[in-house]
Ligand binder design. Structure first.
Ligand SMILES: [Zn+2]
Ligand SMILES: [Zn+2]
Length: 229
């Protein structure tokens, strides 16, 4: 069966996203767009994922716990897990490597932590658009150890992608799936390619145009079809 997805959506926790990217608004817009599966992947923090998952429980939409991590090479990597617990374990591992610079909301944007009723419960104090002091290899190993999926984001974009920063794919990064930004190039044919919205505002959440065939709606089946793990 077809699974219409958008696995790269930013919430109001990302400074560059609109403040109305709240848990309920994201789920409601995903319902309007007839999506089956989404992931909220904020920059370097997963603080709104639990609220989004709670809202989704009363809908037909499945949520994969995820985050978009920026490594010291300034490459963006989407990291997905079968459980929120595994995602939080990754964030715990990363925390000692976080650059703690105060956010400047007026200049960089607000970083809002919301609950499942869309109440703002906190403002995250440190700037999230920075790199963790970890390499791509370190992140690959950490995600693998936690049985997650390491998916290079917007791999053929001119900024913050493996190709823009390194111009080659290191052999030790044995990932199976990549997110493409532009239409596919033969160079990437060896990977499963997914295309997401990278939405920072509600209207940009994907239309039901991208899908993957899955066998059933279990998280194991979805992970196997999307990420080969
Ligand atoms: Zn990105
Ligand atoms: Zn993004």
């Amino acid at each position: 069966m077809k699974c219409y997805y958008d696995l790269h959506i930013h919430s109001c926790l990302s400074p560059c996203a609109e403040n109305d990217m709240t848990p309920n608004n994201i789920i409601n817009m995903s319902l309007i767009k007839s999506l089956n599966l989404i992931s909220v992947t904020d920059h370097n923090h997963c603080g709104n994922v639990e609220a989004v998952m709670k809202v989704a429980k009363s809908s037909q939409i499945m949520v994969i716990p995820g985050v978009e991590i920026q490594t010291k090479e300034e490459v963006h990597i989407l990291c997905y897990f079968k459980t929120l617990y595994q995602l939080e374990q990754l964030m715990d591992k990363l925390e000692p490597f976080r650059l703690k610079i105060q956010n400047q909301p007026m200049k960089l944007g607000e970083q809002l932590l919301a609950d499942e009723k869309d109440e703002i419960i906190a403002r995250y104090p440190f700037a999230l658009l920075t790199s963790f002091d970890v390499t791509l290899s370190w992140l690959f190993d950490a995600v693998k150890e936690l049985k997650g999926a390491f998916v290079p984001a917007h791999i053929n974009k001119r900024s913050n992608s493996i190709m823009s920063q390194l111009a080659f794919i290191p052999q030790d990064l044995d990932f199976k799936t990549a997110e493409i930004f532009l239409e596919s190039e033969a160079f990437f044919d060896k990977y499963r390619l997914i295309k997401n919205s990278d939405a920072h505002q509600l209207v940009d959440i994907s239309e039901p145009t991208h899908y993957i065939e899955i066998n059933d709606w279990s998280i194991d089946s979805i992970f196997n079809s999307f990420f080969g793990v």
